[in-house]
Write a protein that binds this ligand. Structure first.
Ligand SMILES: Cc1cc2nc3c(=O)[nH]c(=O)nc-3n(C[C@H](O)[C@H](O)[C@H](O)COP(=O)(O)OP(=O)(O)OC[C@H]3O[C@@H](n4cnc5c(N)ncnc54)[C@H](O)[C@@H]3O)c2cc1C
Length: 486
C-alpha cells in the first residue's frame, strides 16, 4: 500500500492532459488537490485505528495486504465491509468517496473476463490478462476511473445507427499489437486524478455492435486521451475553517482520440452480449456502493438538520422530529437494502461475490427518489439564512463581527460562532458549489432512474406475485385464454 503523498507524486508524474478554464493544468493544481481530498483520505485512513480493520484486507490473488478499494469481493463479509467502509468514510468527507468507481469496474471485469474465456472454450485469455492487471492495480494501490457513460447522441438510436459512429466508444483498428479506440466518455468522476481509465460499454448491444463491445484499461495519460474538467469545489474558508470546505469532486469529458490499447490490457472485444453484461455488472456494483455512500450523505444532511434545529430552539417540535424521522427512514432502509443484497449474494464463476440485483436496485431507487426531498427538509428547517448570510470577510471584520454575533443569536446558551458555523455548513450543503453535484449524482449516478426499474423488472418474480393474487381471488392456476370476440 502507498501513502497519500506517494499518490500525489504519482499524479504529478503523469503527462498533463487535463484542461480547465482555458488552461492545461497539472494534476496537483490547487483545485485538483481539493477535488481529490477524498481519494487522499482513502490512503491516509489505513493507519487510523477507526478504519484500519475495514480499509485493509488481504488480496485473494497474492495474499498481500491491500487497500479494500482495490479488492475483488470474495464473500458476503467482503461486500458488507465495502458497504460499511463506504458509509463511514463518506461521512467524514461530507461528499462522495469517489474511489468506488474503479473498484466497481474491477469487480465487474473480474466476472466478465472469466465468462468470456469460458464461453470461448479457452481460445481467449481475458481472465489471465485481467489477473495480471489486478495484481498491478493492487500492488501499486491504484485509483481507477469508470469511463463508462458514452455521449450517446440521439437517445432513440442504437450505437451503430447514429449519424456519427463515434458517439459510442468503438474499436477503429485491430492489429498484431492491440486495438485503437475512438469515442468520448462523459461525467468521468476522478478522471483528472486517477491512475487508470477503465472502460466498458454503457448499454445493451446488438450483433452489429461488435466494435462497440470493448472493455479495457489504460493509464490516464495515454497518448490521445484529453480531459476537459469540471470541478465542484466548496467555497474556501478563511475565518471559520471547517472540514466540509476541504472536499470537492471533479469530473471530465474524456476524449479518446484514436487511443492505442495493447492486447494485454484488452479485457473484452467483439462480444455484444458480454459487453452489455459488463455494463450491467458495473452498474450493479455501483448501486451496491450507493447503499453505503447515500446513507452517509443522508447522515450528513440529517445531522445538519438536527443541529440547525437545536441551535434554533425548535428541535423538540413535532414537525421537525417527523421530518428527521423521514430522513432516518431513508438512510437506514437504503443501508438495509445493501446488507440484504450482500446476504443474498451469489458467486460468479470467477469466484467474485455478486450482490443481489433486486435489493441493490430498490435501495438505489429509494435513495434517488428521496434525494431532493432530503434537501427540502434541510432547507425548510434552516429558513433563508444559508442563502443570504454575509461573506466570511464581514464576519472576520472587527467592525461587523459584534453586530453579526449580536443579531445572529438564536438560543441564548448557544455561542454565536456555533450559529455561524452551523449555518455555513448548511450553506455549503444546500447552497454551495457541491450541492448540485450531490443532487444530480443522487438522481443519475450509476444510471438514470429508469435503468433501476429495468433492472428490477428483469430480476423480480412478478409471476409469483400474480400467482398469490390468483390464489386469493380463486382464479385457477393456469388462466384460460380469453375467447376470441367474433
Ligand atoms: C455527478 C455525476 C457523476 C457521474 N460519474 C460517472 C462516472 O464516474 N463514470 C461514468 O461512466 N458515468 C458517470 N456518471 C454518468 C451517469 O451514469 C449518467 O448521467 C446516467 O447514466 C445518465 O446518462 P446521461 O447523463 O447521458 O443522461 P440520459 O441518458 O440522456 O438520460 C436523460 C433522460 O433521458 C432518458 N432516456 C435516455 N435514453 C432513453 C431511451 N433510449 N429511451 C427512453 N428514454 C431515454 C432517461 O431515462 C433520462 O430520463 C455520473 C453522473 C453524474 C451526474
Amino acid at each position: 500500500m502507498i501513502t497519500s503523498q506517494e499518490f500525489v507524486e504519482r499524479m504529478k508524474s503523469l503527462k498533463p492532459n487535463c484542461y480547465m478554464h482555458g488552461e492545461l493544468i497539472q494534476r496537483d493544481d490547487p483545485r485538483m488537490m481539493v477535488a481529490m481530498k477524498d481519494i487522499l483520505m482513502t490512503y491516509d485512513m489505513v493507519d487510523d485505528p477507526r478504519f484500519k480493520d475495514i480499509l485493509v484486507t488481504t488480496s485473494h490473488l497474492t495474499g498481500n495486504k491491500i487497500n479494500r478499494f482495490t479488492n475483488v469481493h470474495q464473500s458476503v463479509e467482503d461486500l458488507l465491509a465495502k458497504q460499511k467502509m463506504t458509509r463511514e468514510l463518506s461521512r467524514l468527507s461530507g461528499t462522495c468517496i469517489q474511489r468506488c468507481m474503479g473498484i466497481d469496474m474491477v469487480n465487474a471485469l473480474s466476472i466478465v473476463t472469466k465468462e468470456a474465456d469460458d464461453k470461448n472454450g479457452g481460445k481467449t485469455e481475458y481472465h489471465e490478462r485481467f489477473k495480471a492487471f489486478l495484481k498491478e492495480f493492487q500492488d501499486k494501490d491504484m485509483v481507477g476511473a469508470a469511463a463508462q457513460t458514452d455521449v450517446k447522441g440521439d437517445r432513440m438510436l442504437r450505437p451503430h445507427e447514429q449519424a456519427d459512429p463515434d458517439l459510442y466508444m468503438r474499436v477503429v483498428e485491430r492489429n498484431a499489437k492491440g486495438i485503437v479506440v475512438r469515442g468520448c466518455k462523459v461525467h468521468t468522476t476522478v478522471g483528472p486524478y486517477c491512475d487508470e481509465m477503465i472502460v466498458t460499454p454503457c448499454r445493451s448491444l446488438t450483433k452489429e455492435e461488435g466494435d462497440y463491445s470493448v472493455c479495457f484499461s489504460v493509464p490516464a495519460d495515454t497518448k490521445g486521451i484529453h480531459m476537459l474538467i469540471e470541478a465542484a469545489n466548496p467555497t474556501a474558508r478563511k475565518a471559520l475553517p471547517a472540514e466540509v470546505a476541504n472536499h470537492g469532486i471533479a469530473h471530465s469529458v474524456t476524449i479518446f482520440d484514436d487511443v492505442f490499447v495493447p492486447w494485454e490490457r484488452v479485457f473484452l472485444d467483439n462480444d455484444p452480449q458480454l459487453g452489455a453484461r459488463a455494463a450491467l455488472l458495473f452498474a450493479l456494483y455501483h448501486r451496491h456502493s450507493y447503499t453505503g455512500c447515500k446513507p452517509a450523505y443522508t447522515d450528513v444532511l440529517m445531522g445538519t438538520t438536527a443541529l440547525i434545529a437545536e441551535v434554533s430552539g425548535i428541535e423538540k417540535q413535532q414537525h421537525v422530529r417527523h421530518k428527521i424521522a423521514e430522513m432516518i427512514s431513508v438512510a437506514e432502509l437504503v443501508y438495509a437494502s445493501g446488507i440484504a443484497a450482500a446476504h443474498t449474494s451469489t458467486k460468479a464463476s470467477s469466484g467474485t461475490q455478486v450482490p443481489d440485483v433486486v435489493f441493490c436496485n430498490v435501495g438505489r431507487k429509494h435513495a434517488g427518489t428521496n434525494i431532493y426531498h432530503e434537501y427540502d427538509i434541510l432547507c425548510d428547517i434552516c429558513g433563508g439564512q444559508p442563502q443570504t448570510m454575509p461573506y466570511e470577510e464581514e464576519y472576520a471584520d472587527p467592525r461587523w463581527r459584534p453586530y453579526l454575533d449580536k443579531y445572529f443569536m438564536r438560543k441564548a446558551d448557544v455561542p454565536p460562532e456555533t450559529i455561524h458555523r452551523a449555518f455555513r455548513l448548511a450553506q455549503d450543503l444546500i447552497a454551495g458549489p457541491v450541492t448540485s453535484n450531490m443532487q444530480i449524482a443522487g438522481v443519475h449516478g450509476g444510471g438514470s432512474p429508469i435503468m433501476e426499474d429495468i433492472a428490477i423488472w428483469g430480476s423480480y418474480p412478478i409471476e409469483e406475485k400474480k400467482k398469490i393474487a390468483r390464489h386469493l381471488a380463486g382464479i385457477p392456476e393456469t388462466p384460460k385464454e380469453p375467447k376470441d370476440k367474433k
